[in-house]
Design a protein around this ligand. Structure first.
Ligand SMILES: [Zn+2]
Length: 116
């Protein structure tokens, strides 16, 4: 299995910027067509590593209104979401680690792990 990123929630120009830097760094696996919304990473890249890379890229490009979140139901998937859109999508990210949940209840249960 390889790490995937769901880029369907971000605008085309940001997507292009990110895809370009994946190519430049040689970390995307397979085709990364500009029409693709689901981007695969090369084997050997952990979700944590990909997440850190994405966060760095967003910072480097002065993108402050998007966040990188982990899918709690799929350990291989990451999504880039706009902060303001998150609640409308019915997604509840953990404020500590960015992992996302489908309900506030599940997020609350998860957030307890950070207190121990
Ligand atoms: Zn968390």
């Amino acid at each position: 299995m390889v790490v995937r990123i769901d880029m369907s929630f971000i605008p085309v120009d940001l997507k292009r910027t990110l895809l370009k830097s994946f190519d430049e760094n040689g970390i995307s696996g397979g085709q990364t067509g500009y029409n693709e919304n689901l981007i695969m990473f090369k084997k050997g890249y952990s979700r944590q590593k990909v997440k850190e890379f994405l966060e760095q890229e967003l910072k480097k490009n002065d993108v402050n209104d998007y966040l990188v979140s982990e899918n709690s139901e799929d350990e291989w998937e990451i999504a880039i979401l706009r902060k303001g859109d998150i609640e409308q999508l019915g997604i509840y990210p953990c404020i500590h680690c960015g992992m996302v949940f489908g309900s506030e209840e599940h997020r609350t249960i998860h957030e307890r792990v950070h207190y121990f």
